[in-house]
Structure formats: structure tokens, C-alpha cells
Design a protein around this ligand. Structure first.
Ligand code: NZQ
Ligand code: ZN
Length: 390
């Protein structure tokens, strides 16, 4: 295990009514706010009004970038960059899910440069500066509210690219679980699958974590498995929404990854799917994950799945490792496709095999192969995993 520096500098206002601190928080960063939001859910559920009055009462000037798509597109970033310059914006306030927060993060960086913001993603130009970002989270899923990452799509090049920079980490995030009461069944399920996947990528990586961190990850997974079904049955169950929301932040804020070399697998595979087909991120992950696990299962990896099964899913301790591993993957599939009700195959969502080779090629280009996860993966392995999803 490597040395690490713990540094998660996000001020989190967690719980009902914490929005009353939004004005005082924003005032720390200047006078002119760019409010970024999506397709209108915050107008329907009243959150827009609460945010706008906090801004007004704090005496701040409000500009808006609305209509950010799920799987946010580069044109929104370009529009945001222009607005920031024209209105001399001091800070960017994201009110929404991962798509809105990711868009706000890259707009905040784009505001500080004079080149096209796709250069950060397509050319890998490093982000050296960004306006302060503040978020009000409305869906438990990506953890963007507490991490340094953003994922942006470019429909012209059919790319969906992730970037990270400490400058994009939100200065403050408002996590009020009641704002997620209006998230529909499908998005709640996709969010749960995404949180689980963030933990899987690290829990199942080749290198083991500290025992303390493995127990923490098992706690996060148990939380999602316990509370996602409750949130589906009772969308306004505070305990369920609060547990999912806090789990979403801790699954990807860096804590569980510290000190460990990890190659993420299902995420790059999913990002190619959503780049080409614009599918929901959590759905793509749900379809890919059990197939990736099945593909990696052998005598050398069975014990890892057995541990997951016993400690997270509560399967019998005395089963042989291979039997226990198979049972764990079956139980996970049942959770994703039956309990959460997500589609089981790519075929079901209208995706066939025609782009599999190109997607695998894109994932492998520019990377050191094999990709070292549970099992080393070459391009043909990635193609095989996609095929298992059909
Ligand atoms: O657009 P609005 O009207 O806000 O509606 C959204 C959208 O249609 C809706 N929604 C959100 N909160 C709601 C709500 N509807 C009713 N009530 C509410 N309270 O849900 C839909 C999906 O929203 P979106 O923001 O796209 O969801 P999510 O948070 O899952 O974000 C997905 C994006 O984040 C990226 C994904 O790839 C994808 O582009 N990721 C970002 C990561 C990061 N920054 O660290 C890591 C992740 O692995 C992921 O890749
Ligand atoms: Zn994810």
C-alpha cells in the first residue's frame, strides 16, 4: 500500500433545511453567481425558488445556465464559458445531479481560459484554475458533489471523457435528502447501481485495501442494498434517501481509494456506451458489472467474491469459494435486475454488437495493457465482456 495524504476539502451541509446557509456560503466567494441546472426538475419541485430567494436575500447577482442534459454535452460548457466572461461571474452554483455538477465544474475551469473548453478533455490540457464551485445535490448517484472529477460528452466526436482536477472540487455541497424525494424509480435505481459500482471498482481491484477500508466499503455496499429498495417503495422515506445520499458521496470522494493503485474497468466500458448511445450511466454499469465479474471469476479470484457474498450479501460462510462466488454474482444480478428493476442486457435497450470492437479499441488506445483489475484485461477481453452483455 502507498503513502497518502487525506485531503477532502468540501464543506458539507447535510440534512433538512440546510439551504438556509446557502446565501452566507455564496457570499464568501464574491457577488455574481452563475446558477447551473438541468431540464427543469428543480422548477417542478420548488427547489429553484428556494435557491433563488437565498441568492436574492444575500444581495447577490444571479445569471443562469439551464437545460444541461443528462450526460452533459460540450455545448453547455461553451455557453457557460461565454456567460461567465460576459457577466463577470465570481462563482458557479450547480443545482442538480451529477450531470449538472460536472457541467458546472468544467464551466468554472473554462471561465478562466481563452481557449475552447474541449481542449481540457480532447487534448488533455491541464486545469490550472477554476472559479469556486458550490453544489446543491438533487440525486444520490455519482458523488460529483464531493469529488474532483467531471465527465463531458462531445456528440460530434462521439467521445465521453472524464477529467479531474483539485480546482474543480466543490467548496461546499448542500445535501438535503428531501430534495431526492422526487427522483423517479428508474433514476433512483440507476443511482444505486452507480454508487455500488464506484465501490466495486476499488473493492475488487487486484491490490487489497486496508482491512479498515474494506470494512468501510462493505458498509457502503450494505447501505445501498438495504436502502435502495426502501427508496423505491417509499420515495419520501428520509432515512433511506439520507443513507443513499451520504453513501453516494463517500463511495467516490477519494477516501476508499487512498493508498491503492486501481484501474477502473466498468466505468471506461460504460462511458463508451453512453458516449455512443446516450444511455443512463447507472444502467450501463448495471448491465456490465455482473458480466465483468463472471469474466474475471476463476480459482484465483473466487475468494474475493466469496468475501463479498458473506460480508455484504449474507451468504453462508461454509460454502466452497467457487460455489460462494457464483452465488454472490447471481445474488447481485438479482438485486440489479429484479429488485432495482433495471434492464438485463444491451439488446433489451436496443444496442447490438456493431460497435463493440470500436469501443474496445478506443478504451485500449493510449493505455498500458493489460488493464490490471481483478484479472489482467486485453482488448479482446473487453470485447468479450461487451458480448456477454448482449
Ligand atoms: O435535468 P433535470 O431536470 O435535473 O432531471 C434529472 C435528469 O433527467 C433528473 N433528476 C435529478 N434530480 C432530480 C431529478 N428528477 C426529479 N427530482 C430530482 N430531485 O434525473 C435525471 C438524471 O440526472 P443526472 O444528473 O444525469 O444523473 P446522475 O447524477 O446520475 O449523473 C450522471 C452523469 O454523471 C457522470 C455520468 O457519466 C453522467 O454523465 N458521472 C460523474 C462522476 C463524477 N463527477 O465523479 C462519476 C460517475 O461515475 C459518472 O461517470
Ligand atoms: Zn459512476
Amino acid at each position: 500500500m502507498n503513502n497518502f495524504i487525506y485531503d477532502i476539502p468540501v464543506r458539507v451541509y447535510f440534512g433538512k433545511g440546510q439551504i438556509e446557509h446557502l446565501g452566507e456560503e455564496l457570499k464568501k466567494y464574491g457577488e455574481r453567481v452563475l446558477l447551473v441546472y438541468g431540464g427543469g426538475s428543480i422548477k417542478k419541485n420548488g427547489l429553484y425558488g428556494a435557491v433563488a430567494s437565498e441568492i436574492k436575500d444575500a444581495g447577490l447577482e444571479l445569471s443562469e445556465l439551464s437545460g444541461v442534459d443528462p450526460n452533459p454535452k460540450i455545448h453547455s460548457i461553451r455557453e457557460g464559458q461565454k456567460l461567465c466572461k460576459e457577466k463577470k461571474i465570481d462563482m458557479v452554483l450547480a443545482v442538480g445531479g451529477g450531470s449538472v455538477i460536472d457541467c458546472a465544474k468544467v464551466v468554472a475551469a473554462a471561465a478562466c481560459v481563452d481557449f475552447d473548453p474541449w481542449d481540457f478533455l480532447g487534448k488533455g490540457v491541464p486545469i490550472e484554475k477554476a472559479l469556486p464551485v458550490i453544489s446543491v445535490l438533487t440525486i444520490a448517484a455519482t458523488g460529483s458533489e464531493m469529488d474532483n472529477c467531471a465527465v463531458i460528452s462531445n456528440p460530434d466526436t462521439e467521445d465521453k471523457i472524464a477529467i479531474s482536477s483539485s480546482h474543480m472540487v466543490p467548496r461546499a455541497s448542500f445535501l438535503d435528502p428531501t430534495y431526492t424525494y422526487t427522483v423517479n424509480r428508474y433514476q433512483t435505481a440507476c443511482g444505486a447501481a452507480d454508487i455500488l459500482s464506484h465501490v466495486f471498482e476499488i473493492y475488487f481491484a487486484k491490490e487489497r485495501s486496508l482491512y479498515m477500508v474494506e470494512c468501510f466499503m462493505e458498509g457502503l455496499m450494505k447501505t445501498v442494498i438495504r436502502y435502495a429498495p426502501v427508496a423505491l417503495r417509499e420515495p419520501d422515506n428520509y432515512e433511506a434517501r439520507a443513507n443513499l445520499m451520504w453513501a453516494s458521496s463517500w463511495a467516490i470522494n477519494g477516501f476508499i481509494e487512498y493508498g491503492k493503485n486501481v484501474t477502473w474497468i466498468c466505468h471506461p466500458l460504460e462511458h463508451e456506451l453512453s458516449a455512443l448511445y446516450d444511455i443512463t450511466h447507472g444502467l450501463g454499469l448495471a448491465i456490465l458489472t455482473p458480466r465483468w465479474m463472471e469474466y474475471c471469476l476463476d480459482e484465483t479470484t473466487a475468494e474475493r467474491f466469496r468475501q463479498f457474498g458473506v460480508n455484504v450479501l449474507g451468504i453462508e460462510k461454509d460454502l466452497a469459494p467457487m460455489e460462494a462466488a457464483k452465488k454472490s454474482i447471481e445474488m447481485l444480478s438479482d438485486f440489479l435486475f429484479h429488485t432495482l428493476g433495471l434492464s438485463r442486457t444491451l439488446t433489451e435497450i436496443g444496442i447490438d454488437d456493431r460497435n463493440i470492437k470500436a469501443m474496445a479499441e478506443k478504451i485500449c488506445s493510449g493505455r498500458t495493457l493489460p488493464m490490471e483489475s481483478l484479472k489482467p484485461l486485453m482488448q479482446e477481453d473487453i470485447e468479450a465482456i461487451y458480448r456477454m452483455c448482449l
